[in-house]
Ligand binder design. Sequence first.
Ligand code: SAH
Length: 212
Amino acid sequence: MLDAIEHEVKFTQQMTGRSALDPRVMLAIARTPRDKFVPESFIDSAFNNAPLPIGHGQTISQPYIVALMTDLLELKKDNTVLEIGTGSGYQAAILALLCRKVYTIEYVTELADMAKAHFEELGYRNIESMAGNGYDGWPEYAPFDGIIVTAAATHIPEALIEQLKPGGRMVIPVGQQNRYQELTLLEKDEDGQLKITSILDVAFVPFQAEGR
Ligand code: SAH
């Protein structure tokens, strides 16, 4: 799986501007058991570089996309991160190896419960998860050094921009739902100025209940 990710990183380098990912990100991926986050019926495909169904019409993202989005956050050890769209919990588990604390919100209660059980079973102590609508972020623990949205949004939610620290980075797929989106990097500088860059075309499941 790591070879497949490296290959795809090279293949897409003209678009992403990256010919290799941070070795710490690759190590976190190597150390995260993806087979523990996929349904039993897909265990044989767990280490393929492909998205897989996780029930409730949702998916665990393609490992290359997980790697790229993690890399774009440029996390430091003492950082806190907010993830919208816990899904299987796989992305959160990788983030948990790279920073101090991960907060993650999932809209589908059953998936949130399942992910929480996986975090406990596998001994992740620095992930706090909840079921709910991530559109409003998680004000109680804001601001965050990094924010990652793993569902397709039609726009960047204002609350998430507010909950990003100066110097922080947000990675979010933005565009028409049920089609392709642009994986978007939003950087907030120390003065609060925003810089928005499109990285790559991606296809994510829709962000539910935007603005509600
Ligand atoms: N990060 C996940 C990918 C899951 S797919 C993983 O590693 O497996 C995206 C997830 O976003 C789905 O589970 C979907 O239910 C969730 N989602 C969609 N809209 C949401 C919202 N408004 N708030 C929180 N989660 C949402």
